[in-house]
Write a protein that binds this ligand. Structure first.
Ligand code: DQA
Length: 146
């Protein structure tokens, strides 16, 4: 099972960026966490991060025919990007949305998620563990266990 993990803008600043919201650990620590979780779950992962909306759209399009599923944290583009929603719909790969923080309990503008409309599930407010949950869900879903 090949899963593409996509992280959006400013997630590369983890550890420096608002640690009271996003935690003290770095982006490199998140990458390591995801790799370990994937290994434990027996799936193959590729991890991509970009601060640019078009690059995220390109990566989703390139996943078509190559990956079995997508885990994505679109970061701030969550709340504005119809282009990311359309890219997810275009490739029609099973996708799961992740947010480190609980977007429903923050500012009102964070309550809307466009990509969620093309995702099977959203994990929010679990920190790094949300990525593990998302991988686990996708592995079970792709394995026909859900
Ligand atoms: C985020 C939540 C978004 O609202 C925010 O813009 C981010 C990170 C999260 O992981 O909690 O950049 O996606």
């Amino acid at each position: 099972m090949k899963i593409l993990v996509i992280n959006g803008p400013n997630l590369n600043m983890l550890g420096i960026r608002e640690p009271s919201i996003y935690g003290p650990q770095s982006y490199e620590a998140l990458v390591e966490y995801i790799r370990t979780a994937a290994q434990e779950l027996g799936c193959e992962v590729e991890i991509f991060q970009s601060n640019h909306e078009g690059a995220l759209v390109d990566r989703i399009q390139e996943a078509y025919g190559v990956f079995d599923g997508i885990v994505l944290n679109p970061a701030a583009y969550t709340h504005s990007s119809i282009a990311i929603l359309d890219a997810l719909k275009a490739v029609a790969l099973p996708a799961v949305e992740v947010h480190l923080s609980d977007i429903q309990s923050r500012e009102p503008f964070r309550r809307i998620s466009y990509p969620a409309m093309a995702c099977l599930k959203t994990y929010a407010g679990l920190g790094f563990a949300g990525y593990r949950e998302a991988l686990c869900f996708l592995c079970q879903y792709l394995g026909g266990l859900l």
